[in-house]
Each structure stands twice: as C-alpha cells, then as structure tokens.
Ligand binder design. Structure first.
Ligand code: SF4
Length: 352
C-alpha cells in the first residue's frame, strides 16, 4: 500500500541527504511511487529547443562554449529573423513538439531586442505551441512585458548550489538568478529552472541545489537536470565524469522533492546509453528535448529517440493538435517519415 504524497516546500538538508543515501533500488522504488501518483509514468513531455542567438555571450559560465571568455570552437550567430524562427516552430509542431523553447546567449534582455522577441512569442503562440524562452537576466517590467505577450515559461537555471556557484560563474551572482526567477513568478509565468551535474560539485552541493528548488514557494513547473557536456576549449573540458548512478540518484531525489514538476532529462543525453536513459525515466524523468543539437551541444538523433521510446513503451505527453489516442501514433509517424530531418533545427544553418 502506498501513502499519498503531498507537495512540500520545507525540505531540510538532512532529509534530502538521507534520500540520496538510500539503497539504489529503494530510492528508485520511492521515486516511481511518487511519480505514479502525479503522472502517467509512460508519458514523456517533448520540447524542441532553438538557439535564436548563438555565442559571444559576455558571461563566463565555465561549462559553456558560448562564452566569450573561453576558446571553444563555435560559430556565432546574430539574433535570428522572426520569420525564420516561426518556420522552425511550425516544423517542430508538425513533428510533435508541444513546447517550443527559444534560447539566446545574452547576459540580459536589451530594450532594442524586445520587439523582435515579442513578435516571436506571439507568432509561436499563434501556432498553438507552448512558448518558453531563456534570454538571461530580466528586470521586473521586462518579465511583465513578456508575460503579457503570451510567454508561458521562462528558463533560468540555478546551475549548482549557492556555495559552489562562484567556482563556475563570476560575472553574476546567485542572487541575480533568484531575482530574475522572482520577477518571472511575479509576472505570472511558469518557471523552468534546474541545474547541471558534474561541474566538480560535491553531493552536498547537489543536495543544496535541490533544496533551493524544492523550497521555492512554488516549485518550478519544469526542472531540467543536465549532465555536464565537456566541451573542448571550456575550462571544464577535462572535468572528471560524474558517476552515472549519482546522476540517476539526483533525478530520483528531484522527483520525490518536486512530485508535480516535469523533471527534464536535458543536456548530456548523447553520452548516455539506452540503459542509462531508461533508468533516468524510471527515476522519474518525464521530459526531454527531441533533436540533434541542444543549443550548442549534441543531443541524440530523433531516430534513436524513436527506437528507445518503442523499446520502453514510452509515448509523448498529449499535445494540443492531436487527441491523446493519436498522439503517439502521430509523433512516431512523423519521426518515421522525417528520418533525414533533425527534430531540432540548427540555428547556424537557418536564417542568419
Ligand atoms: S550558459 Fe548562458 S549565460 Fe552562461 S555563458 Fe552560456 S549562454 Fe552565456
């Protein structure tokens, strides 16, 4: 018999640590039990991510190839034209995505870019897709403007614990991040906020990151859990690989702490085999990006995702333009017939 789980916002560090310390199968069982109380355990939310402005970012995030402070090989791209973005969104919708995420490598949103951003939001909304953007730091009034234009989600990751943050980023503070997240909430938008594992942080840091997220007055609706992609030319290119079980444990604990949130298996999937991804889904991950690039790092090809979904009996969470019954079929058919087309469109190859 299972006990009904309630959504809590008062998680203590020691409680979270104790979850991490559970025997692996016990932790997985608990995470699955919680997951099934809040979600269909075989449904996975599908998002498509487009980089609308790539590279030349003034921030110094040590993991990121888009930072001007590092020497990663990356072709920079100016802000895409609105029409090009809308064409990508239409293609994503046709292929089964329910949410279209647009990311720009900016420290903060500038006033001169706002009109274009608003046009993108309104255009993508008009296609019947949920909209998500990540544009760097926002002022309160900017968050209000984006919300009024119809932006559903704002992505702004905390990356790691407050204590470890200074080891990874020096050009902004943890409080800067929290301030923007507060503006997003105050404007009525949903929050997409998570972190990156394998930055050299300790388990205590992972516990602290999850505690911060789980103690927000409202949990982020989406919690992306990224595994560091070690990109040549970045300061973390040679970082030691995080143990796979530790990554899966973190996903499972996130599921238990934030039971009603979508926990997204995000960057780093390319370096995970099918078995590891299956364990991630069992741990409670129920959201992924489809496609072949995730902003500027590799993401498994749509065909590989299709094969894995079929093996595991997973299906996309219902999307607006098809009925629940038709959803899986529609997406799988699209994948099957579009084998040569990536689910994620490379901003470097389209528009400007
Ligand atoms: S993670 Fe974002 S803010 Fe940090 S350097 Fe990369 S693009 Fe800029």
């Amino acid at each position: 018999m299972t006990t009904e789980v309630s959504v809590r916002h008062n998680w203590q560090h020691a409680e979270i640590s104790a979850l991490f310390d559970l025997p692996f199968t016990e932790l997985m069982y608990r995470a699955q039990t919680v997951h099934r109380q809040f979600f269909d355990p075989n449904a996975v939310q599908i998002s498509t991510l487009l980089s609308i402005k790539t590279g030349a970012c003034p921030e110094d995030c040590k993991y990121c190839p888009q930072s001007i402070h590092h020497n990663a090989e990356l072709e920079t791209e100016k802000l895409m034209q609105v029409q090009a973005v809308l064409e990508e969104a239409q293609a994503a919708k046709t292929q089964g995505a329910s949410r279209f995420c647009m990311g720009a490598a900016w420290k903060h949103l500038r006033a001169k870019d706002m009109p274009y951003v608003l046009e993108m939001i309104q255009g993508v909304k008009a296609l019947g897709l949920e909209t998500c953007m990540t544009l760097g730091m926002l002022k309160a009034e900017q968050a209000q403007t984006l919300s009024a234009a119809g932006l559903d989600y704002y992505n702004h990751n905390l990356d790691t614990s407050e204590a470890f943050y200074g080891n990874i980023i020096t050009t902004r503070s943890y409080q800067d991040r929290l301030d923007t997240l507060g503006h997003v909430r105050a404007a009525g938008m949903k929050v997409c906020c998570g972190g990156i594992l394998g930055l050299g942080e300790s388990r205590t840091d992972r516990v602290s990151l999850l505690q911060t997220l789980a103690c927000f007055p409202e949990h982020p609706e989406s919690v992306p859990v990224n595994r560091l992609v070690r990109v040549a030319g970045t300061p973390l290119a040679d970082a030691p690989e995080l143990d796979a079980f530790e990554f899966i444990r973190t996903l499972a604990v996130a599921r238990i702490l934030m039971p009603a949130s979508h926990v997204r298996l995000s960057a780093g999937r390319t370096e995970m085999n099918e078995q590891m991804q299956a364990l991630c889904f069992m741990a409670g991950a129920n959201s992924i990006f489809y496609g072949d690039r995730l902003l500027t790092t590799e993401n498994p090809q749509a065909e590989a995702d299709k094969a894995l979904f079929a093996k595991l009996g997973l299906y996309p969470e219902a999307v607006e333009m098809v009925s629940d019954d038709d959803c899986e079929t529609a997406l799988m058919q699209r994948i099957a017939t579009e084998q040569d087309k990536a689910f994620f469109y490379n901003a470097a190859e389209s528009g400007q």
